[in-house]
Design a protein around this ligand. Structure first.
Ligand SMILES: C[S@@+](CC[C@H](N)C(=O)[O-])C[C@H]1O[C@@H](n2cnc3c(N)ncnc32)[C@H](O)[C@@H]1O
Ligand SMILES: [Zn+2]
Length: 374
């Protein structure tokens, strides 16, 4: 975690209490200083100055979920492969090495290689948007390749990029459910102060960090677990991409970041997969500064022409209602709906010969009713 990220994060509290206390560094076990003077805490401990709760930084990634102990125990198979200097003392004290392996939960399933793989490719297309010529090596089918070429640049991340470009950029952007981080790389040229990607998947965040540091070429390696281990344990001396971009492990329903602080909060295809969308909406609204905006897509819509054309896929009428429910949730919290862009393509490459083509509506909300925080 970059030292400068400290000023943008906050204690998530619990489902019952939204703490928001400042997090202070209690102990640094190892650090890295990059060219240009940017300092990263590679392993260390954070403590909330309000409630006293502690959090670990593991392999350069702050784990900012309330019950981080259970979270890390469930991911012991990843952590026990890391060198001890990647782990702070509060994690070493968990004694993960002595515990029998815990059966995977739904969250861990979500982090499985297949899912990660599809997002890796999906986000790689953002990351390398200007080099789509190289795709022949990845997609062996010409039909798929042509779909990707014609549709990808109209997708939700590109629409947001255009929007930011028209605004002349923004100071602070938070992406909830950033997965392996390609979307933020696409936006980084329009961000002036900080960009933070937050995801509940440790493996996705580890890969995101790896891409940020450009250690090797993650797409070419097939063993995703080995990749995540390498991302968390490799010694880093250089930060070749954006110096103010950082990734944290966080639950969007309890966002561990500063309140009334963000110009843009983006969340692409996340609210429909979380188990508590209402709480995610409520907590998101508190994060915006006056005039800030939320950009989200959710969930795919059967109303859109593109979705209707996908005759092979049958979605229930419910998805249409869901778009309205999402709008209502945010408007009830005092946000104004500024725009709906319907029928944006969202493609998920599932393998060299299979691509899923969905359609999503992008919603933009703005915040005008709160006074600035202190
Ligand atoms: C459908 S994927 C979308 C990823 C990326 N935004 C994209 O459009 O390619 C959903 C992502 O949200 C993450 N996620 C799910 N629930 C979350 C939560 N409560 N807080 C943060 N991230 C969450 C998942 O780990 C996954 O990376
Ligand atoms: Zn706290």
């Amino acid at each position: 975690m970059l030292v400068q990220t400290l000023q943008h994060i906050a204690c998530p509290g619990t489902s019952n209490i939204s703490c928001g206390g400042l997090l202070e560094v209690r102990d640094i076990k190892s650090r890295a200083v990059f060219r240009g003077g940017f300092e990263e805490i590679a392993a260390g401990e954070l403590e909330c100055n309000n409630c006293g709760h502690d959090y670990p930084i593991v392999g350069g990634i702050a784990i900012l979920v309330p019950d981080w102990r259970a979270y890390l125990v469930a991911r012991a198979n990843l952590l026990t492969r890391l060198p001890p200097n990647a782990l702070p003392d509060n994690v070493l004290r968990l004694g993960l090495w002595r515990k029998p392996e815990t059966p995977p939960t739904e969250d861990i399933e979500w982090e499985s290689s297949e899912i990660l793989e599809s997002y890796l490719l999906n986000q790689f297309l953002c990351f390398n948007a200007d080099q789509l010529d190289d795709l022949e090596d990845i997609f062996s089918s010409k039909l798929i390749l042509d779909s990707v070429r014609s549709l990808w640049m109209n997708g939700p991340y590109f629409t947001l990029r255009e929007h930011l470009s028209r605004l002349g950029g923004c100071s602070r952007i938070l992406e909830i459910g950033c997965s392996v981080g390609g979307g933020l790389h696409l936006l980084e040229e329009f961000v002036h102060e900080t960009a933070i990607g937050a995801d509940l998947s440790l493996r996705a965040v580890a890969v995101a960090r790896r891409m940020m540091l450009q250690i090797g070429s993650p797409l070419l390696e097939s063993d995703r677990l080995a990749q995540a281990v390498a991302a968390l344990s490799e010694e880093v001396t250089e930060r070749v991409r954006c110096p103010f971009l950082d990734f944290i492990v966080a639950d969007g329903t309890l966002p561990p970041v500063a309140r009334r602080h963000w110009d843009v909060l983006s969340s692409i295809n996340v609210i429909d997969v979380t188990n508590n969308p209402r709480q995610m909406a409520e907590r998101s609204v508190d994060l915006l500064r006056t005039g800030g905006m939320i950009y989200l897509t959710a969930p795919f819509s059967i109303r859109s022409p593109l979705s209707r054309r996908l005759s092979a896929v049958k979605y229930s009428n419910e998805s249409d209602d869901l778009v309205h429910r999402v709008i209502t949730m945010f408007c009830e919290k005092g946000l104004q709906l500024k725009s709906i862009v319907q029928d944006l393509p969202w493609i998920i490459p599932r393998g060299p010969r299979y691509i899923e083509l969905l359609s999503v509506d992008a919603l933009t909300f703005s915040q005008h009713n709160i006074s600035e925080g202190p």
